[in-house]
Design a protein around this ligand. Structure first.
Ligand code: ADP
Ligand code: MG
Length: 415
């Protein structure tokens, strides 16, 4: 149970729904797994949904699982069927799992009616129905109403979608007694630990492609952190804000003033913003591009001149970032340090990931590409304090935004 400072509950938990034995319960999961030719390549999200499902089964509930998969665009598309996900779920739960070939049609209706205590049914992809993601509230209401007709209670556990105002995430939860599942509660407990009284020193590592994607996060975290380490594509806008030339590296000129503002605010608050001192500069954006390591204030002084592109932080910077991460009690990392997808430019990201696994403090990885990066580089989820299942959702939370899917299950952001 997550509580506010005054001790009052600010998120409805499954326990608040009372006895669920024999009740039909819809569980909104995020089973949006990567698929290649119908084969699941990473079942992390299916695994993350198990504790809540197991809890409901142990209570003898009749469990109806709903989820989206990919972006099929509001109409059935076999490439985005949840059928393979239902089979994997059955293996992982070690329990039979039924599957309805529609979401709110005749097959779903018949199979929902036939559900017995302790049985599980997965309905077909929510996004085969235009009402799920419709911009029209009325259309979302209609679809939510059709779903609600199947159950007496709703458990919301798809953390990856709580920042979306969609029928199954928002309207549905308001039509039935509803609560947050264990995954959402766990993700929120972690995010809470990053924003309310984090253990110090608290270091945030930001990278990824664009500053503009992360402005809200920087603004919200500046008053809360001790140190901000900046890498990835966004570092060049910071270097430029300090007056350095960055050749053809990623630069968002329209953010220079905002970034200068952050540098000033950090100085006023005594927050250290640490920029790389060396950079890996490449001849072009390519896996086999020639590349050299140069000082961060001399990016244009390489043999590639003004066409050089910074694609990773240099080894000295990576070592310095790692040293600071290891000396922290709380570390939040979002955004790869370089173009990790190309092995020649993955060193910075690998070094930072390694440091997070080494730190004795609490380490959290948030962000879709960051989570993919650590797995692709061979790290295991258990080596980190936490890897968020929701990149967008966790970033919006850290921006201090109100998330519709959390609001629908009773969440009120602490003031
Ligand atoms: P996340 O999904 O973890 O929030 P982002 O989406 O912000 O991360 O950024 C991930 C992308 O940033 C990766 O595809 C990576 O290749 C890219 N990136 C990192 N460093 C650079 C760089 N120096 N230049 C261009 N792109 C970069
Ligand atoms: Mg991303």
């Amino acid at each position: 149970m997550i509580t506010s400072e005054g001790g009052g509950a600010i998120l409805r938990t499954i326990g608040s729904l009372g006895s669920l034995t024999g009740s039909r319960v819809i569980v909104r999961c995020d089973l949006n797994v990567p698929l290649t030719d119908g084969v699941i390549t990473d079942d992390g999200r299916v695994r993350a949904s198990l504790p809540t499902l197991q809890l409901l089964l142990d209570q003898g509930a009749r469990v109806i699982i709903i989820s989206h998969l990919g972006r099929p665009g509001g109409a059935p598309d076999p490439a985005y069927s949840l059928a393979p996900v239902a089979s994997r779920l059955s293996e992982l739960l070690d329990h039979p799992v039924g599957f309805a070939v529609d979401t709110v049609g005749p097959d779903a209706t018949a199979k929902v009616a036939a559900l017995d205590n302790g049985e599980v049914l997965v309905l077909e992809n929510l996004r085969f129905n235009p009402g799920e993601t419709s911009k029209s509230e009325a259309e979302r209401q209609v679809f939510a109403g059709q779903l609600a007709a199947y159950a007496e209670a709703v458990v919301s556990d798809g953390f990856g979608v709580v920042h979306r105002k969609q029928a199954s995430v928002y309207e549905l939860e308001k039509l039935r007694p509803s609560a947050a599942g264990l995954l959402i509660a766990e993700e929120l407990a972690v995010l809470d630990r990053l924003t309310e009284n984090p253990e110090r020193p608290y270091t945030v590592v930001l990278g990824g492609s664009k500053v503009s994607d992360k402005l809200g996060v920087i603004a919200h975290l500046l008053p809360r952190v001790d140190t901000l380490l900046i890498g990835g594509g966004m570092l060049f806008t910071f270097l430029a804000a300090q007056g350095h030339r960055v050749a053809s590296s990623l630069l968002e000129a329209e953010q220079l003033d905002t970034v200068r503002g952050y540098l000033r605010e950090a100085a006023d608050r005594g927050v250290e913003i640490v920029l790389p001192t060396d950079i890996v500069v490449a001849a072009s954006f390519a896996a086999d591009a020639a590349h050299v390591v140069v000082a961060a204030n001399a990016i244009e002084n390489t043999e590639f001149g003004a066409s050089g592109i910074g694609l990773d932080i240099g080894p000295d910077s990576a070592a310095e970032f790692a040293r600071r991460i290891r000396a922290s009690q709380t570390v939040f990392w979002n955004g790869p340090m370089g173009v990790f997808e190309l092995p020649a430019f993955a060193m910075g990201t690998r070094t930072i990931a390694q440091a997070l696994t080494d730190t004795p403090g609490f380490s959290v990885v948030g962000g879709g590409d960051s989570a993919a990066a650590v797995r692709q580089l061979g790290f295991g989820d258990h080596q980190f304090g936490h890897i968020s299942t929701g990149g967008g959702a966790s970033l919006e939370f850290l921006e201090g935004s109100s998330l519709p899917g959390l609001e629908a299950v009773g969440w009120a952001a602490p003031q």
